[in-house]
Design a protein around this ligand. Structure first.
Ligand code: NDP
Ligand code: 8X3
Length: 253
């Protein structure tokens, strides 16, 4: 088992949901944490709960300039990032493609794809140089299974999947690992954000079924990064027992 005691982990979107649970789990496993997100108060509150040193970093991953400068000037004790959890991500809207806002599409691409790239590009060379690292990307079942209204959100997660596989291809022979964790329904603020603060609509998504918890996903992330160094978990797809697959949607006339 890989002992990550004293390693440095950077989690994007650490202020809530899956990111927060991952930060807690990695701290419990002994890692110091860089906590990235846009709401400083959430990051500060989490830092106060962790048992290991933590550095809250207010940062919008969509800003290439800010990502580059912030990650190049991390305090010395957090500068050598060993574990990157690319978790920050959004789904915005669930309307059919011809009725969506281009701003929403662009925000999803900017966050889920480009933001993830900026952070990865900043941290990967150091991991390779030190010959130690693990990038865990938060993908989704939406990368594989289409659903009505999933249009660009699913496409961004397909990007995350293929990028993860291609990073893995480039990193063969190094001790830098890459994992794509693809959850189904996890009860977080995800749907509240997707439906722009409509609490009633967000609640209905998880009504009458038992969704996964952020801790379920954090448990998987912690398991992936603590496998022996020779083991690379490429992909983990996970759904609630209460979630399954739909049939083809046939329009009959
Ligand atoms: P949350 O909305 O709780 O978490 C998303 C986090 O990302 C927030 O903490 C948010 O913080 C942060 N974030 C969003 N945009 C940015 C940005 N531009 N820069 C920095 N941080 C940002 O939802 P989840 O925990 O559910 O989502 C986490 C990841 O898991 C996402 O990538 C999502 O796509 C994925 N996922 C979620 C599933 C689910 O059912 N919940 C299923 C499959 C995958 P802040 O607003 O403060 O910046
Ligand atoms: C989130 C899971 O099914 O809502 O990525 O798209 S789903």
């Amino acid at each position: 088992m890989e002992n990550i005691q004293g390693w440095t982990a950077l989690v994007t979107g650490a202020g809530s949901g899956i990111g927060e649970a991952c930060a807690l789990a990695l701290s419990q496993a002994g890692a110091r944490l860089v906590l990235v997100g846009r709401r400083g108060e959430k990051l500060e509150a989490l830092a106060a709960k962790l048992q290991t040193p933590a550095h809250p970093l207010v940062l919008d991953v969509r800003s290439r300039k800010d990502v580059e400068s912030s990650l190049a000037s991390l305090p010395a004790e957090f500068a050598q990032v060993d574990i990157l959890v690319n978790n920050a991500g959004v789904a915005l809207g669930m309307d059919p493609a011809h009725q969506t806002s281009l701003d929403d599409w662009e925000a999803m691409v900017d966050t889920n794809c480009k933001g993830l790239l900026y952070v990865t590009h900043a941290l990967l060379p150091g991991m390779v140089q030190r010959n130690r690292g693990h990038i865990v990307n938060l993908g989704s079942v939406a990368a594989t299974y289409p659903y009505p209204g999933g249009n660009v959100y699913g496409a961004t997660k397909a990007f995350v999947h293929q990028l993860s596989q291609n990073l893995k291809a480039d990193l063969v022979g190094t001790r830098v690992r890459v994992t794509d964790v693809q959850p189904g329904m996890v009860e977080t603020d995800f749907s509240l954000v997707r439906f722009k603060g409509d609490e009633e609509r967000a609640r209905k998504v998880y009504q009458g079924m038992e969704a996964l918890t952020p801790e379920d996903i954090a448990d998987i992330v912690a398991w992936c990064v603590t496998r022996p160094a020779r083991v690379n978990i490429n992909v983990v797809e996970v759904m609630p027992a209460d979630q399954g697959f739909g049939s083809f949607n046939i329009k009959r006339r």
